[in-house]
Design a protein around this ligand. Sequence first.
Ligand code: NDP
Length: 498
Amino acid sequence: MTGLIERPGNGAVRIPAGRLLIDGDWHEAEGGRSLPVFDPATEEQIGAIAAASAADVERAVQAAHRRFESPAWQNMRPIDRGRLLERLALLVERDADELARLETLDNGKPLWVSRNIDMPFSIDALRYYGGWSSKLAGEYIALNPLVDDGATYRAYTERRPVGVVGGITPWNFPMGQAVQKIAPAIAFGCTIVLKPSEEASLTTLRLGELILEAGFPAGAVNIVTGLGPEAGQALVDHPLVRKIAFTGSTATGQRILAASARHMKRVSLELGGKSPTIILADADLDKAIPGAANAIFANSGQICTAGSRLLVEAPVYDAVTRGLAEIAGSMRLGSGFDTSTQLGPLISARQIARVSELVATGLAQGAEPLAGGTRLPGKGYFFPPTVLAGRGNDLAIAREEVFGPVVLATPITDSRQIAAMANDTVYGLGASIWTRDLNRAHLLASQIDCGTVWINTHNVLDPAMPFGGTKLSGIGREFGSEALHAYTEPRAVCMRLE
Ligand code: NDP
């Protein structure tokens, strides 16, 4: 294997070496263990990543801990931590095209998506958090002494970084997710050990190369690739890791939460969803129908906030489902390097098997197929955009996260039940409401139990806007001023003055 993979466009794609970034240097995994990396569009092996053991994770955590405790890190001016992130943003900007091609090769998503969404978002997030580094502030508190001893009591709080962070990321937005964990950790004065998903680690490794080039102090950011139950679990179990920042499935999130109890680790968990796209009868259907398609089919449905439940008021139900099925039937699937591709493959054999099984069960339970439904023949993990119609919320496909381009449409026959239908799920991540009646939109938005409600749009994320879920969709928020609370804790200092 040469480390160069030929694909159409701007030269061959360079595969970064499969090593671990520990204490400012690259290392083989213990015993030289590795895992193969596959192109999901061709099923061809394109490289290998290191499979970190618990001992490798131990070395990474110790390096992060040493850096965190070092006077140089403790005394670094906050604004200079921001400069590190800004330097990294400039390097990602410089290499954005190369990174986008690597992301498309590893994850399968269309190149125009990697170029126009994943990379710009990552650059923005680095800059956004870089700015936060110099905005840390506590508060002055006037106290209420119970005994008048003639003294004056005053207190203030300062925000302290939690310490070493264990970041664990999934494969759907690999580079963006890595930045989402690294940037706030560094901005708020923590150090981090990051474990990317075994399914898509390559852009995180390339980011590691840029982190070294940007001059981050050794140990501030460490990257350990490998298996979740081994490398990820070692991070979760390590007593020196003070916080876990996790994005992934609810099942793994629950395991992490339980394991974190032992050392009372801080956790932020961004988990699964079953988000409703709600189309009211007065909506502008020319916008709502493509909007609903984008809500579920973007990134081949591999988005935690994907609009996988389509709830449509009865008068426009037929028009909406017909329009959505037409869009689904017309979408072009293929290699992300083909400029006409609208949808890439799913990430893995395991994932396409899971999606196929959930759809087959839905059909067996009585859902009506309006478009798609079965895996495409040939090489690559291609699953077509699929529209199912189902009456009632009791089908498994109405309740379980599919994480594929599959939507279940249900008519709303009683408009007083919209919020109840939207909330009839164990998840609470996102929802969108499509209507021309802003009065109705805002009233409905206030009744939906979830982290983000979009009105006449879906899946808009912004580093300045808090993001996370209620119920089984997680704990805590990323982005915006909320991130401050996720990576720092207040320390109160109380004084007696006379
Ligand atoms: P997981 O939750 O298993 O994986 C997410 C991350 O957690 C990966 O880095 C994984 O490593 C790691 N991990 C797995 N097990 C452990 C563990 N015991 N301790 C610590 N870390 C661990 O998701 P999957 O990739 O298996 O996807 C399965 C389903 O999860 C999808 O079908 C989808 O429903 C949901 N999902 C949700 C995402 C979201 O954005 N909310 C993103 C991805 C998936 P490794 O990859 O090596 O196993």
